[in-house]
Design a protein around this ligand. Structure first.
Ligand code: ATP
Length: 373
C-alpha cells in the first residue's frame, strides 16, 4: 500500500535558547493539502516551530523534512515555503502590485511572468483591479489579503501563517476566517497556521497540534480535541469545561462508575480501563448538561429513561444572556459551581429559568471525557 509521503515531517525536533527548550522533542507529520494549526498558550513554542519550518531558526536537535528533503542548512529562500507574518507587513511605500511582485523580483522572475502571477495572486484574494493602489488606501482586511497574495505569488508548496488574523478586529476576523478557509480550498496547497486562538484553530484547521511548554500534547482533528481531549490541559485549553476529580469505583467493558466528592457516583457508558481507586478527572462540557426545573422529586423528562443519565440538584446562581445562548452558573447543594450552556431557541421552545430557581442538572453517561489523574 503506498500512500503519499507527508509534505512536512518533523522528527524529534528540539530548539534550545540557552538552557531553555522552547521546542522540546516534537515529532509530527503534515500531509499535503492540509490546513494544519499549531495551537497553544503564549510561550508554548509554536512560533519557534513555525520559524524552524521557514528556516529562520535552526533546530538544536532533530530533523525537519519538507517534501521529503532534509532542510538542514537550507536557507529560507530555498525552501518551498513562504511565510505570512502576524503584522501583515506590507511595504507602505509600494503599490499593491509592487508589494505582491516583491519576492518574485528578488527571485529574478522576468517582468511578463511576474505581472501574470501578480494578477493571478490578486484574483485569488479577490483584489482584482487593486494593483495600482497604495496600502494606506486599503482597509486592514484588504492589506491582510495583499500580504497573502504576496506569499501566494511565489507559489509555495506550503504557506506558513503566523497568527494571520490577530491584527484584525473581531468582526473582520470572523469574515476573514471564511475567506482564508475558502482560499486554502481554492489553491489546494498546505497551510500551517500558528494561533493561540482556539476558536480560530477549530474553525479553520483540518488537524491541530496542541503544545504546552515546548511539548506536543495532542494532535487531532478539531472535534476530537474537543470531544476526546487526552489531558486536563487540552480539555481546559479548548472550550469551557466543568472539571471534576474522582476515583474509579467500578470498571467493566460496558460501564464504569466514578466516585466523586462533588457529584456523587457518576455513571460512564464505557470501560475506563484503569485500576480501581485510581484518581481520574471528568471533563464535562457545559452544553452537554440539561437543566430541568426542580419542582418534583425526579427530573420530569428523565422519568421515562433515567437509566444512563446522571442527575444532581442545584440552584441557579446567575444567568448570562449571550444572544444565541445563555450561560447558567449553577451552585450544587454542596457548594460546587457548575456551568451549563443552553441555546436560546425560539421563544415558544424555551423553558423559562430564573436566578435562584432550584434545578436538576442531568447529563448522559457518554457525555464526560474521562482523563487520567
Ligand atoms: P506567543 O504566542 O507569545 O508568540 P509562542 O507559543 O509562539 O508564544 P515562542 O515565541 O515560540 O512561543 O517562544 C517559546 C519560548 O522560547 C518562550 O519562552 C520565548 O521567550 C523563548 N524564545 C523564543 N525566541 C527566543 C529567542 N530568540 N531567544 C531566546 N528565547 C526565545
Amino acid at each position: 500500500m503506498s500512500s503519499k509521503p507527508p509534505i512536512i515531517s518533523i522528527e524529534g525536533v528540539t530548539k534550545r535558547f540557552g538552557d531553555h527548550a522552547a521546542v522540546d522533542d516534537v515529532s509530527l507529520t503534515i500531509n499535503e493539502g492540509e490546513f494544519f494549526a499549531l495551537l497553544g498558550p503564549s510561550g508554548c513554542g509554536k512560533t519557534t516551530l513555525l520559524r524552524m519550518l521557514a528556516g529562520f531558526e535552526t533546530p538544536t536537535e532533530g530533523t525537519i523534512r519538507i517534501d521529503g528533503k532534509d532542510t538542514d542548512g537550507v536557507p529560507p529562500n530555498r525552501r518551498p515555503v513562504n511565510m505570512v507574518f502576524q503584522s501583515y507587513a506590507v511595504f507602505p511605500h509600494m503599490s499593491v502590485a509592487d508589494n505582491v511582485a516583491y519576492g518574485l523580483k528578488i527571485d529574478g522572475v522576468a517582468k511578463a511572468e511576474r505581472d501574470r502571477r501578480v494578477e493571478e495572486a490578486l484574483a485569488l484574494v479577490q483584489l482584482e483591479g487593486f494593483g495600482g493602489r497604495m496600502p494606506d488606501q486599503m482597509s486592514g482586511g484588504q492589506r491582510q489579503r495583499v500580504a497573502l497574495a504576496r506569499a501566494l505569488a511565489k507559489r509555495p508548496r506550503v504557506l506558513l501563517l503566523d497568527e494571520p488574523l490577530s491584527a484584525l478586529d473581531a468582526k473582520l476576523r470572523e469574515a476573514m476566517r471564511f475567506e482564508l478557509a475558502s482560499l486554502q480550498h481554492k489553491v489546494g496547497i498546505t497551510f500551517v497556521m500558528v494561533t493561540h486562538d482556539q476558536d480560530e484553530a477549530l474553525a479553520l484547521a483540518t488537524r491541530c497540534a496542541v503544545m504546552e511548554r515546548g511539548r506536543l500534547i495532542q494532535l487531532a482533528t478539531p472535534s476530537d480535541l474537543y470531544e476526546f481531549p487526552n489531558s486536563r490541559f487540552v480539555a481546559d485549553f479548548i472550550g469551557t469545561v466543568n472539571m471534576v476529580e474522582g476515583t474509579l469505583k467500578t470498571d467493566n467493558p460496558t460501564e464504569a462508575i466514578i466516585a466523586t466528592k462533588e457529584l456523587g457516583d457518576v455513571y460512564i457508558d464505557h470501560a475506563v480501563l484503569g485500576n480501581e481507586g485510581a484518581t481520574l478527572y471528568l471533563a464535562l462540557r457545559p452544553e452537554k448538561i440539561s437543566l430541568f426545573r426542580r419542582d418534583g422529586v425526579v427530573p420530569p423528562k428523565l422519568e421515562d429513561c433515567p437509566e444512563g443519565y446522571n442527575v444532581v440538584a442545584g440552584v441557579i446562581d446567575h444567568i448570562a444572556y449571550l444572544g444565541s445562548e445563555s450561560v447558567f452558573k449553577v451552585i450544587l447543594t454542596n457548594g460546587r459551581q457548575m456551568l451549563v450552556i443552553r441555546p436560546n431557541l425560539t421563544r415558544w421552545d424555551q423553558e423559562d429559568f430564573v436566578e435562584e430557581q432550584p434545578v436538576w442538572l442531568s447529563w448522559h453517561a457518554c457525555a464526560p471525557a474521562v482523563l487520567a489523574g
